[in-house]
Design a binder for this molecule. Structure first.
Ligand code: URA
Ligand code: CA
Length: 441
């Protein structure tokens, strides 16, 4: 097969065959296709697009480019969730133990902070001793024996995505819907889950802020996963303001513990139950969505979800005493108040600006090599719909250094839009839309 012919075909808007796509992915993986040809093909795909069939074939070929798990490898009814990335999105830390407590198999491979959004692996690493760098054998053993593991991606899974992502980054081809979908779903398919729920964020703090773009992404992820035989659903959820009250690594671990104890912020708990309910119904652990929500709420209230988090921490080498004594987690040297300059009702709270401010304090990275400070971040006192008086506290910045502090504090204050008119403002709807698939295999 000739790679030039494949590039020409896609350049001219034709559909590629399974064999042609497989030839490309094989060539990327074994190095026989040079970067300049892959770059040309990426640009042709970026401009001409791909059918759902082509995107599904690409996803499957990428998933098979390295080591992968089948649902049989994991045992039980295995589930996974993916978020397109948010600010203060503490969901995974709550949802994974919650689902394990509900009887599902959850072996999840997760990622680090990217841009203004946080990453589960960085958050977990704020727990003293917690190992995120499990080998695939260690990971699989834990999942088989305990139905529960949460670790960092390894380079031997989906190597084709690592290579393609680097090329996309430097060829202006990141923002292609089929390439984004294949990148996300190849990693989910390789993870071996039977049921997958995707949390597609929308609004200022989301990777795709516009609802129509979030919807297209959600539909495409569900379509491709379904074509590959997985039970799929996607919730489009609000990320115009941050989720919960904490933004930052150790701060979000504290918030997750509160939520697993049934005492967390309502929006975070509600979102975890909504996402979890999709998977409980897929697994046959609940007859209806409403039954599933009730079951999950019970597990949060009766301590079983928290026990499951305790187990996850200790079986991956962490100090599970942090659950009863959060002072064992890294703590910032001091708290600085962000204050309102006018009286009124909070009309909006820009999640993107909040994520950027948290990064300035050291909660995120600017380059892959940067170290993060697990202790720093932002604790929100007020969110959309709350009333504030001039001079009142909006949020606290947890800080370890004076560098960038004034800028970060101004950014936090400016992220709040306060309406002095006396008009009512209600928080944005948490679940904006729900998209469910029908598995085809
Ligand atoms: N997340 C991914 O994993 N891949 C993309 O291409 C975009 C977002
Ligand atoms: Ca949060």
């Amino acid at each position: 097969m000739n790679t030039v012919d494949i590039i020409r075909k896609k350049r001219d808007g034709e559909e590629l065959t399974r064999a042609e796509i497989q030839h490309w992915v094989d060539g990327i993986s074994n190095g026989s296709i040079p970067d300049y040809q892959s770059s040309a093909l990426l640009m042709a795909i970026r401009i001409q697009g791909m059918s759902d069939e082509e995107a599904a074939v690409l996803t499957d070929a990428m998933a098979h480019s390295g080591k992968l798990f089948t649902p049989q490898d994991l045992g039980g009814f295995s589930v996974d969730k993916h978020s397109t990335g948010g600010v203060g999105d503490t969901t995974t830390l709550v949802l994974i133990p919650l689902l394990a407590a509900a009887g599902l198999t959850v072996g999840k491979l997760s990622g680090r902070a990217l841009g203004h959004t946080g990453g589960t692996i960085d958050k977990l690493e704020s727990i003293p001793g917690f190992r995120t760098d499990l080998t695939l054998d260690e990971f699989l053993k834990l999942v088989r024996e305990t139905r529960l593991a949460l670790a960092d991606h390894t380079d031997d899974m989906v190597p084709a995505d690592l290579i393609l992502y680097e090329l996309r980054d430097v060829t202006a081809t990141v923002d292609s819907l089929p390439l984004i979908v294949a990148s996300i779903m190849s990693k989910k398919i390789a993870g071996g889950a039977q049921g997958i729920v995707i949390d597609v964020k929308t609004g200022a703090g989301a990777f795709l802020p516009k609802l129509e773009d979030s919807r297209r992404l959600a539909q495409s992820l569900v379509a491709i996963g379904s074509k590959l035989g997985r039970k799929m659903s996607a919730l489009i959820t609000d990320m115009s303001q941050p989720l919960g009250l904490m933004i930052g690594n150790a701060l979000e671990v504290v918030e997750a513990i509160d939520t697993l104890r049934g005492q967390g912020p309502k929006d975070l708990a509600d979102l975890c139950c909504e996402l979890g309910a999709e998977l409980l119904v897929f697994a046959g652990e609940a007859a209806t969505h409403e039954d599933a929500i009730l079951k999950l709420q019970q597990l949060l209230a009766n301590g079983q979800a928290l026990d499951s988090f305790r187990q996850l921490i200790s079986q991956q080498g962490g100090n599970s005493s942090v659950i009863d004594d959060p002072s064992l987690l890294p703590r910032a040297a001091r708290k600085v108040e962000a204050r309102a300059t006018t009286s009124g009702t909070i009309a909006s709270l820009n999640a993107l600006e909040m994520g950027r401010a948290a990064n300035l304090l050291g909660a995120g990275r600017y380059t892959k090599e940067d170290a993060i400070d697990p202790a720093v971040g932002i604790e929100l006192k007020l969110k959309v719909g709350d009333r504030v008086e001039a001079g009142g506290i909006l949020a606290w910045l947890h800080v370890n250094s004076e560098e960038h502090l004034d800028t970060a504090c101004s950014m936090v204050e400016a992220a709040y839009t306060i309406d002095p008119s006396g008009a009512q403002h209600t928080p944005p709807r948490l679940i904006v839309e729900r998209i469910v698939g029908t598995p085809e295999d």
